[in-house]
Design a protein around this ligand. Structure first.
Ligand code: SF4
Length: 395
C-alpha cells in the first residue's frame, strides 16, 4: 500500500518532465499514470516508467508543483524500493524502460547519488539492460554526473528558461551557468573521452511561457546548445499554472506555441537550417506565427528562392520547399537519376505534400506556375556567425 501510495504521488509529479515529442496533442498516457509512451532516440517508441525519486525539493522554481513552499504531502522512495517497483512492472511487461527524475531533497549531490544508486541496482543486481533516461539534478557534483553517464542511455539537465535574466524570474536559487550549463559541458566532455557513456546523448527542457521569454530567446539558446554542448534535442513544455504558487494566476501557455517551437527546432536540428534563416519565421517581437508553420513563413520571406526546379535543384534547395522534407527530397534526388520528374502524381508518390509544394516548385509541363511565381533576384547577404552560448544566455 505504501509503495502504491508513493507510486501515485511520485509518478503524477513526474508528468511535468517531457520525454517524448509533445505536439498540439500530447502523447495519450496509458490508463496507468506512471506509464508514458516516449519516442526512442533511434526511432520507434517505448513504454517508460516515469517517476520521481522524491517530490521533496529545496528549490523555489515558481512554476513547479514540488517547489519548497508548497504545502502538500511529500514522499520519497528508497533506491532499493524504487528499483524493485520498476522490476515488478518490467516483469509484468507493463514497461520497457525507466525515466527517473527527482526533486532536490536536501542537497543536489546527495539526492543524485540516491538516483544513481537506484540505476546501479537495476543494472548490476537485476541485470536490467533496457533503456534508462536519468535526469541530472542542477548543482550535482561532477562525480555523480560521470557515474550517471556510465549507467544511463540518456541524461538531461532541465534548463527551464533560455537566459540568465529569465531564469532569475523563476528561481532565486538556481544559477544557470554553474548549476545547469556546467553539467551540460561535463556530459559533452565525458562523452568525448568515451563515446559509450550516455550513448543516446543529452537533452534539455524549457518551460514555455513561464518567464515572459520570446520564441527568439528559446530558439537562440537551443541553437547554441546544439553547437556548444552537443545537445541531442530540446523539449518545450507549455507552462501550466499550479495552485499555491507565485504563477498561479498566470494563464497557461498555448500548446500550439510549443508545437511551433518544435517545428522550428526540427528545421534547426534535422533540416540543418542556420539560425539566421529560422529567425525569418519570427515576427517583430520574436514570436512565431500560430497560424502558419515556420517553414512556410520562411519560404514566404525568401521569394527569390522559388520556384525551385525539381529536376535540377540541390538537396538543400529542395528542403526549403514547403511540403518537401528530408525523405521526399532524398527520393526526388534518387528518382531523377533514372528519369526526369514531370508530374504532380510522381511527386506525391515520393511523399511530397503537393498541395503545399505546388506554388514553390517548377518542372517541364508546369509553365503556368512559372508565370504565377513571383521572381525576385536573390541578394547575397554576408554571413554572420551565430551567437555563442555565453552571448545568448546573458544578452
Ligand atoms: S528543482 Fe525541479 S523539482 Fe525542485 S522546484 Fe525546481 S523544477 Fe521543481
Amino acid at each position: 500500500m505504501e509503495v502504491e501510495d508513493k507510486l501515485k504521488a511520485l509518478s503524477a509529479a513526474a508528468q511535468f518532465d517531457i520525454c517524448g515529442y509533445s505536439g498540439v496533442r500530447d502523447f495519450v498516457p496509458s490508463p496507468r499514470r506512471f506509464i508514458h509512451r516516449a519516442a526512442l532516440p533511434g526511432g520507434g517508441s517505448i513504454c517508460l516508467f516515469k517517476v520521481l525519486l522524491t517530490n521533496v525539493c529545496m528549490n523555489d522554481c515558481a512554476y513547479c508543483v514540488n517547489r519548497v513552499a508548497r504545502d502538500f504531502p511529500r514522499r520519497a522512495f528508497q533506491p532499493e524500493e524504487l528499483a524493485r517497483a520498476f522490476m515488478q512492472l518490467y516483469e509484468r511487461r507493463m514497461v520497457r524502460g525507466l525515466f527517473l527524475s527527482s526533486g532536490v531533497a536536501d542537497n543536489p549531490t546527495r539526492t543524485m547519488e540516491a538516483m544513481v544508486k537506484t540505476v546501479e541496482i537495476l543494472r548490476y543486481r537485476y541485470g536490467f539492460k533496457g533503456y534508462i533516461h536519468l535526469k541530472i539534478l542542477p548543482g550535482a557534483s561532477f562525480d555523480c554526473v560521470a557515474e550517471g553517464c556510465k549507467l544511463a542511455d540518456r541524461v538531461s539537465v532541465n534548463m527551464e528558461a533560455p537566459t540568465v535574466q529569465h531564469l532569475a524570474r523563476l528561481s532565486k536559487r538556481k544559477d544557470l551557468y554553474r548549476n545547469i550549463v556546467e553539467p551540460m559541458r561535463w556530459v559533452k566532455k565525458l562523452k568525448a573521452a568515451d563515446e559509450r557513456l550516455a550513448p543516446s546523448g543529452q537533452t534539455t527542457q524549457f518551460v514555455v511561457g513561464a518567464a515572459g521569454e520570446s520564441d527568439l530567446d528559446l530558439l537562440r539558446t537551443t541553437s547554441a546548445l546544439y553547437r556548444e554542448v552537443e545537445l541531442r534535442r530540446a523539449y518545450f513544455s507549455p507552462f501550466r499554472p499550479v495552485s499555491n504558487s507565485p504563477l498561479e494566476g498566470r494563464p497557461p501557455a498555448n500548446p500550439l506555441r510549443a508545437h511551433r517551437l518544435y517545428q522550428s527546432d526540427w528545421l534547426l536540428r534535422i533540416y540543418g537550417f542556420p539560425l539566421k534563416e529560422v529567425e525569418l519565421a519570427l515576427g517583430k517581437k520574436g514570436e512565431l506565427s500560430l497560424q502558419k508553420d515556420p517553414k512556410l513563413v520562411i519560404a514566404e520571406n525568401q521569394p527569390w528562392l522559388f520556384p525551385v526546379d525539381v529536376n535540377r535543384a540541390s538537396y538543400e534547395e529542395l528542403l526549403r520547399v514547403p511540403g518537401i522534407g528530408p525523405v521526399s527530397a532524398q527520393r526526388i534526388a534518387e528518382a531523377r537519376r533514372e528519369h526526369s520528374i514531370d508530374s504532380m502524381l510522381s511527386l506525391r508518390k515520393m511523399r511530397v505534400v503537393t498541395s503545399r509544394a505546388a506554388p514553390y516548385i517548377w518542372f517541364q509541363g508546369m509553365l503556368e506556375w512559372e508565370k504565377q511565381a513571383s521572381f525576385i533576384p536573390h541578394l547575397e547577404e554576408p554571413e554572420e556567425p551565430a551567437p555563442s552560448l555565453a552571448q545568448v544566455l546573458s544578452p
